[in-house]
Design a protein around this ligand. Sequence first.
Ligand code: M6R
Length: 368
Amino acid sequence: VKGGFGTFMEKEIHDQPKAVADTLLGRTDGQGNLVLDELRIDEAVLRSVDKIIVIACGTAAYAGHVAKYAVEHWCRIPVEVELAHEFRYRDPVVSEKTLVVAISQSGETMDTIMAVRHAREQGAKVLAVVNTHGSTIPRESDAVLYTHAGPEVAVASTKAFLAQITACYLLGLYLAQLRGNKFPDEVAGYLEELGKLPEKIQHVIDHADEVRAVAEAMKDASSVLFLGRHVGYPVALEGALKLKELAYIHAEGFAAGELKHGPIALIEEGQPVFFIVPTPRRPVLHNKVVSNIQEVRARGARTLVIAEEGDEAVNEFADVVFRVPRTPTLMMPLVTVVPLQIFACALAGAKGYDVDQPRNLAKSVTVE
Ligand code: M6R
């Protein structure tokens, strides 16, 4: 069942190229057009959507956070991302033109189910992005876009996260195609780039020995920080969550731009800090993160940097660099999160912890 791996978590990390490929499979017409007939929401309704609210919890909410950057850029529709339990108990502004996207691996998370019901009561259309067929959330939604990650057994989510992000890209491109925000050849170009991702993810997995070695050497760390900007920000949050869940180490993710607004006070000699660095092809984003690395390094932090191949600007300020293949900015989370998953899994393993079934956690949280 574990495919020759010692744990489900390792197996599921290795399943990720397939999870992404399978989520893309069969959703184009072969001529670069997206075909998402399965959505069963009237095209006129999708054309009239004036706001999207993503509701989800935990890792699924971070997938939604990545989706916000892509969908707003491609479709020019405002996207809010909200934790399902917060959405449910306030008075959200929702109308018939609001598309609520509920993201969930299990489809059984009670907080998300309650938020779906609440959204529909307010007249919103709900589209579920779910991995588990026949679960409650798709049954209670207007439409469903399944992620095809296969069963995820380890409590900490990995392959479902990548599949959720992939499905959200498809949704964003589909809306852009439908609403005429993007020309067909532009959509085809993005789809072609997406099609290259499974191979790139595989490359990161195949070159992770150093990540594991660094993780094992850090097994006595008491706190690790994660910083990212733009789509690297939700990746930082996810890296911190994985480390908390699996290794029971205090970990926090921040938007790199927040550093000087507070978190830099935490930096002292030897404090490990991960950086998720944007591509140097986006100098505005890239240069700012490189300065952040420099700033914390000057205060004695140990800098662990995830950067694109060929990005030499980080070398001077990085104690360790983990490389990822060159990838379009909006799609970078699919490669940059992988070293962080492997890091958390290896560090927890080095501490002798059960990575498949961490203490106090359940795979699916079926109570509010
Ligand atoms: O099944 P869901 O995707 O709705 O679950 C949401 C969260 O409970 C889940 O992502 C949780 O945060 C995981 N333990 C993360 O690894």
